[in-house]
Ligand binder design. Sequence first.
Ligand SMILES: *Cc1c(COP(=O)(O)O)cnc(C)c1O
Length: 242
Amino acid sequence: MMEWLSDNDRFLAIEENLKVLRDEIAEAALASGRRPEDVHLMAVSKTVEPKFINHAIAQGIDLIGENKVQEFLLKEPELDLTACRAHLIGHLQSNKVKKIVGHVDTIQSVDTISIAQEIGKRSREAGVVTKVLLEVNVGSEESKFGFAPDAVTEAACEIAEIPGISVDGLMCVAPICEKEVELRRIFSNMHRLFIDIGAKKIDNITMNILSMGMSGDYRQAIREGANLVRVGSAIFGMRIYR
Ligand SMILES: *Cc1c(COP(=O)(O)O)cnc(C)c1O
């Protein structure tokens, strides 16, 4: 918990956390035969006040992720987004699509064909093309959103036909695993899916982004091929939900 920290202590903690993270990310990238700069660090800023998000941006963060449309739109005017892009990473309801299109570069949490159709429709109305990632329910958990692993290729083909959208990759939230090998296997299955879909060379689908790994499991995700990790609490401290 960082609630009792002064703003200044929290700024310093963010700087320190980012240094540690960058070292760890570089190490995991090298361990998987890639360069450190091949793995993109997203700062997940849900519940975090703009002044702290802006501090992370001042430390070189160029990508933030927000879960909720309303929260992001409220904070957006206070954020210094001149050199930083934003992605939506939380489950999206269809009545919120119109509000968010044009405000984020990519929607990472596309979990049904119908939400993709709505994003396409609202993007066309706004005269933009929205990049999307397809969320995969890798652990086949009932409580989680996302396409079943064996349904994602077909869904990708269908979504690629929708004007106003371009499919840019895959995203997942891994289940809690007791064993490290289990977690690694889940990430490695995602990576295989990512490679397989990319190899099909389908129009309007580029498998650029494999978004997996959070504060607790980004090292394992990178080792299995993630090229974008979404890290919140390991940068900003524990979240305080109000
Ligand atoms: C909150 C969240 C994260 C970051 O979680 P941490 O464990 O704080 O790093 C990443 N991805 C999604 C989809 C999230 O909702």
